[in-house]
Write a protein that binds this ligand. Structure first.
Ligand SMILES: C[S@@+](CC[C@H](N)C(=O)[O-])C[C@H]1O[C@@H](n2cnc3c(N)ncnc32)[C@H](O)[C@@H]1O
Length: 460
């Protein structure tokens, strides 16, 4: 059984070239400085129309990650990623305890995959599960209660209840929220509109199919619109107050990578070079591109300079480390959530009256080396296989990042001017779920005890 959430040392060559970039090499790797000078710089956008993985090019790390995950032809999300559905919802109240829930889930996972394999065997199927699916419909009902309560308190009767959901997976949250509103507050349901913004064509199609095939959900069709595009291509202003849901989507937003010069503490930005064989090399440029530079400025202003760094704050320690043989002259990498900042720009520009509700992982086990670093993993023969670098064959690996909620909150506030509250997944569920629905006979409650590494942030 595999789960999304549970799931390099080197020395940088001294800068001896005119343009002052530094190739980060494993000790004996090739010198590709000539290629670096001559290969064109491309972006993920430039590569969208390409069916073949690029060669003889260079690009920023965020473009490399974005291309690996989202290229329409070979990207991870354009393949058949499958989100586990447990079939019938679990009846928690009849289960003896949490280990039994775990065992049942394992069994259903195997059955789910056996059924897929019976149609078409696939050793590289990428299968995940999310709390929306495991705790269906209770997870969605908790969110529906939060939405209805806030709608009634501050927007009713002047406004309709408008919900945007970015990245809706199988569409389960949408169904659970709409079912619940219809059953509990039909007069709010009358005034509800639900819009999904989904980048993956396959998942957008499944969301439509889900909506039409479930008997209970048929009535919702005129409430729902499924918009198959990336949030980063959004260009329509939505002036009305709306709720904006983003559950487990930030973790796949591309990041830039920087390393710091250990003498000057200046950041250098990571660039990926792909040679003519399709091999990857990392270089570090002393000047940040405008997006990364802006992120660094906004973060500094928003946090009053209080954020962690991937090197010791003590100059003596840094000097001592630097005096060791083969000591690196650059720090460990730090991954910057530059795409997340651009998402906040979209909210601010196109959804000025939104209220965000987002849940994601504040920490991830098995992450690669570095600060705020991702987990890079693929699933092979039904097992998760984590690797140690994001520079791997594009499209075969999930690359997912943790979210530093304290910094995210500050950056979101600085860009949108809105106030927020962050709490643990457990705290949110205790506040809004009927927790007795997910309690086992032993009193253990997986809705509360699972997803300890997830937090929730809401606009207040
Ligand atoms: C891990 S799944 C989470 C699904 C669902 N929210 C849940 O919790 O079950 C991430 C979802 O976000 C979508 N997604 C990722 N990046 C996106 C983007 N830039 N714009 C819109 N959707 C995106 C993916 O296709 C997928 O549906």
């Amino acid at each position: 059984m595999a789960s999304r959430p549970t799931i390099r040392g080197a020395r940088a060559a001294p800068a001896k070239n005119e343009s002052n970039w530094q190739q980060r090499t494993e000790l004996f790797s090739l010198d590709l400085s000539d290629e670096y000078k001559t290969y064109p710089m491309v972006t993920a956008n430039d590569l969208r129309g390409r069916r073949e993985r690029p060669r003889k090019v260079k690009m920023l790390m965020r473009d490399f990650i974005e291309d690996s995950l989202y290229n329409p032809h070979y990207g991870y999300f354009s393949k058949q990623v499958v989100i586990f559905s447990p079939g019938e919802p679990f009846n928690f109240n009849t289960l003896p305890d949490e280990p039994t829930f775990h065992a049942q889930m394992g069994q259903r996972y195997t059955e789910f995959e056996d059924a897929l394999d019976a149609k078409k065997h696939d050793d590289t199927r990428q299968l995940w599960h999310t709390p929306t699916e495991l705790f269906r419909p209770y997870y969605g009902e908790a969110i529906a209660r939060y939405l209805m309560s806030n709608y009634i308190m501050s927007l009713y009767p002047r406004h309709d209840l408008i919900i945007y959901e970015m990245g809706a997976g199988r569409g389960t949250l949408m169904l659970n929220i709409l079912d619940y509103i219809r059953d509990v507050e039909p007069w709010v349901y009358e005034r509800t509109k639900y819009k999904i913004i989904e980048i993956s064509p396959a998942l957008a199609e499944m969301q439509s199919a889900q909506l039409l095939s479930t008997a209970a959900s048929r009535g919702h069709a005129d409430k729902v619109e499924i918009i198959n595009k990336s949030i980063f291509d959004w260009d329509q202003r939505v002036p009305s107050p709306c709720f904006f849901l983003a559950m487990e989507v930030f973790d796949n937003f591309a990041h830039d990578v920087v390393r710091y010069d250990l003498k000057t503490e200046e950041p250098l930005q990571g660039v990926v070079l792909i040679d003519e064989q399709g091999d990857f090399y990392e270089f570090y440029e002393p000047t940040l591109d405008p997006v990364a530079a802006r992120y660094v400025r906004v973060r500094h202003a928003a946090t009053q300079g209080r954020y962690p760094a991937p090197y010791s704050s003590s100059r003596t320690m840094r000097w001592l480390k630097g005096a060791m043989p083969f000591a690196p002259n650059l720090s460990e990498p730090e991954y910057l959530p530059t795409r997340l900042m651009q998402f906040f720009d979209i909210l601010e520009k196109y959804f000025p009256a939104h209220r965000l509700l987002t849940s994601d992982f504040h920490t991830l086990p098995d992450a690669i080396k570095g600060l705020n670093s991702p987990v890079v993993q693929t699933r092979f023969e039904r097992r998760m296989v984590p690797v140690t670098t994001p520079l791997v064959h594009q499209g075969y690996f999930d690359i997912l990042f943790p979210t530093d909620f304290r910094i995210m909150e500050a950056v979101y506030g600085a860009i949108t001017g809105k106030l927020t509250r962050t709490m643990s997944h457990e705290h949110f569920m205790k506040s809004w779920a009927y927790v007795e629905d997910t309690e086992t006979r032993s009193g253990e409650n997986p809705l509360l005890s699972w997803y300890k590494n997830a937090s929730v942030m809401v606009t207040v």
